[in-house]
Structures are given as C-alpha cells and as structure tokens.
Design a protein around this ligand. Structure first.
Ligand SMILES: *Cc1c(COP(=O)(O)O)cnc(C)c1O
Length: 395
C-alpha cells in the first residue's frame, strides 16, 4: 500500500522533470569543487565572502572542539548552553543593535520557533509571496492564519491589513534579501505600513547578514531599531561561513522563545566549536571589509557583462543573480551544459519557485576571480545561441 503510493509519487516527480539529486563534492582551492568526474567552479553556494573555507574559521572550530567538546551534549535548557554560545549571542545582539539575541542550530528552526511562538493560534500572519519556505512552515506550526501579499507590494499589504481583524495581534513577515530572486525588501516601507496598522514586523535577513549594509550588519542592522523591526532573524551558514542562526530583539521576545519555542527547547545545542568559528567570522567581518568590497565589485562586474549579453536577469544587487529561463526543462538543459563546461550553478524549479519561473540561480562570492566570472559568461553566451531562452518571460 504505502510502497505503491511512494512509487507513484516518485514516478510523477520524474515525469514532471522535478527530480532532485544531490552531489557528493570534494572542495578544491579557488572556490572549486570536484564532483568525482570533473572539477567545477562553484557558482551555486551561499558562501558569499569565501569564509566557509577560510582556514582561520576551521582553526577556531577545531580549537573550540578541543576546549568545549565536539558536541553540545544536551539542549540549551539542560546543560548544552556553553560559554561560546553565550558570548556569540552577545556579539550578535551588538552587531544588530538589539538588546538580545538567541542562537539556533539552523535558520529553519529559528523561523519555526518565532512563528510558532508568535503565531500561537490567534496571530494573523502576512507573508510576502516569495518568503522562504521555513516561514510558511512555521506559520503552520503555530496554527496561525496566513495571508500572502504581492511581492514587495506594501499597498497590497496595507489592503490585506485593512481588511483583517484588528482585535487580534498581527505579524508582517518578509525576507530581507529574497533567496531565489536576490532583490531586497523595502524595509522602510514595511516599517511604515506595519506601524500604521499596529502590526509586528519580522525580517528574515538570512542572505543580508555579512553582505548588505556598510558594515555587513544586513538589510536591517542597527539602522532600523527594535521599535521598527521588533523581530530580526539572521543566519550564520551563508555569508558568515559557519552554521546556525539567530533571532534578535527585545528581552521579552527572546525570553518567550526560550520558554515556549519547541524547535528551540527540544533539540541539542549547536556544537560549541561552530559557535567559535562564527565568533572568528564576526572578527573578520569587522576587521577586513575588503571581502565585502570584493564581493560587491564582483557583483558589478558580473552585471555589466551579463547585461551586455542580454541575459534575462532580475534587478538584483546582491550575490544572488538568477537567470530567468522560465521552463524547467530548459533550466535543466542549461544546468547540465554548464556543468559539462566546468561550472556548478543552481537549477531552481517548482515548488521552490512558482511554476513557469524556473531559473538558474547563480551566486557570486568574494572568492571568485574575474577570470572565473568571464569564463562563466562565455559559457552562458554560447548557450544563449545554441539553446535560446524564451524572450517572453512567463508571467
Ligand atoms: C537559508 C534560509 C533559511 C534557513 O536557514 P538555514 O540556516 O539554512 O536553515 C531561512 N530563511 C531564508 C530566507 C534562507 O535563505
């Protein structure tokens, strides 16, 4: 019975061209990887500053493991909350200009936690349509009612808020940098609209931390205060090059998460060495702005040349640079062809993005050289001739 059901669903997944596969990669120098067949330049990851393979982070992690143990040993509420976790929380609060921050093992769990606790059965949640899946899943965990507003459209948000019940708490949630499109939320407009309707605002800055803002403090950072963006979430496994995530806000928010968040309470603390690696990454972020500068230089360099090729880009000014090809088969075809030419890029299909909006998700890093970016552009230019994309993008 159940086996047949799985077989049927798997066959369907294949037929629809949605089959997902993993690679078992061995990292090489110069932001390259070995897939067992060939060497590929990595344009698919989220290691925007090249910190994931910085030997200083590895050293900090090893030293942390020697000192505090390889694993957390227990949940944070039992005996797993160790010194480096605590110090890291203080550093993250200070980076974002908030009274407190709470560390999580993953961003997925941080989002589940916030939405479970704030949702709690009677909160109404308003999502940007392109919000990350973890935010939508969290809303379900909290049994909250969710509505979605048009992407980056605060007028649509205001319309939904005006029609909603104002006798129950409301939460507006948006990604800071949208993970599949690379564009940035209009934080000031979200603040204004949320305040007008007396709603709480949460920003998921997973891809902004370390990348945007003059000091790498993200799309929100200390520029928008706790009174404007009461709930700020960020991840540490992307630009920060380690792993984990945090939620920053006032004391009551953090205490409520500690008291009530099931994905926080019922899980083992992050390995302490990972927190040590993140602390090292924060030092580097502060003392070596050249990584962020090189990243933004690479982004400008890529956009100039990609524009000249007429590639269907989004208006992204972040390291996430999608090439919108529309249909899934074309995306897979380009993805495979690029791989044969020595490049690893993300091939993103539904349900991660809406149907008809399949894309290559190319990500840039401070670790890429212009020679590597030029080579990728050459390969894309050849593909645009041999397997052209639809010039009419699907709506
Ligand atoms: C990656 C991501 C997450 C999840 O973070 P992990 O630490 O990878 O679990 C949450 N939100 C957004 C917008 C993301 O891009």
């Amino acid at each position: 019975m159940w086996q047949q059901q799985l077989e049927r669903r798997l066959a369907q997944q294949r037929q629809r061209g949605l089959w997902r596969q993993r690679l078992a990669l061995a990292p090489l120098p110069d932001h390259r990887v070995d897939d067992g067949r060939q060497r590929l330049c990595d344009f698919a990851g989220n290691d925007y500053l090249g910190l994931a393979r910085d030997p200083r982070l590895a050293e900090a992690q090893a030293e942390g493991a020697r000192r505090y143990g390889a694993g957390g040993g227990a949940s944070h509420l039992v005996s797993g909350h160790l010194e480096p976790h605590h110090v890291l929380e203080e550093r993250l609060a200070s980076l974002t200009g908030r009274p407190r921050a709470l560390l999580f093992s993953t961003g997925y769990m941080a989002n589940l936690s916030v939405l479970q606790v704030l949702g709690d059965g009677y909160m109404q949640i308003f999502h940007d349509r392109l919000n990350h899946a973890s935010l939508l899943d969290g809303a379900r965990l909290g049994n909250a009612r969710s509505r979605r507003f048009h992407h980056r459209d605060v007028d649509d948000l205001a319309r939904l808020l005006a029609r909603s019940r104002n006798d129950a708490p409301r939460l507006v949630v948006s990604d800071g940098v949208f993970s599949m499109d690379g564009d940035i939320a209009d934080i000031a407009a979200l603040v204004q609209t949320s305040q007008r309707f007396n709603a709480c605002l949460m920003i998921d800055d997973a891809h902004g931390i370390g990348v945007t803002g003059d000091d790498g403090s993200g799309c929100v950072g200390p520029r928008f205060g706790t009174d404007q963006v009461p709930v700020l979430m960020g991840t540490l496994g992307k630009a920060m090059g380690s792993a984990g995530a945090f939620v920053a806000g006032d004391n009551d928010l953090v205490e409520a998460l500690i008291q009530f968040a099931r994905p926080y309470i019922y899980t083992t603390a992050q390995p302490p060495g990972v927190a040590c690696a993140t602390l090292r990454a924060l030092d580097i972020l502060e003392k070596e702005p050249e990584h962020r500068q090189r990243l933004h230089y690479n982004i400008r360099y890529w956009r100039n040349s990609a524009d000249q090729l007429g590639l269907p880009l989004t208006p992204s000014l972040t390291p996430i640079q999608p090439v919108l090809l529309g249909n899934s088969q074309r995306v897979m075809q380009w993805g495979h062809a690029l791989r044969d030419s020595g490049f690893l890029v993300g091939a993103i299909r539904e349900p991660t993005v809406p149907s008809g909006q399949a894309r290559l998700r190319i990500t840039l890093s401070a670790a890429h050289t212009h020679v590597q970016i030029d080579a990728l552009l050459d390969a894309l230019a050849r593909l645009a001739i041999t397997a052209p994309f639809d010039t009419e993008p699907a709506s």
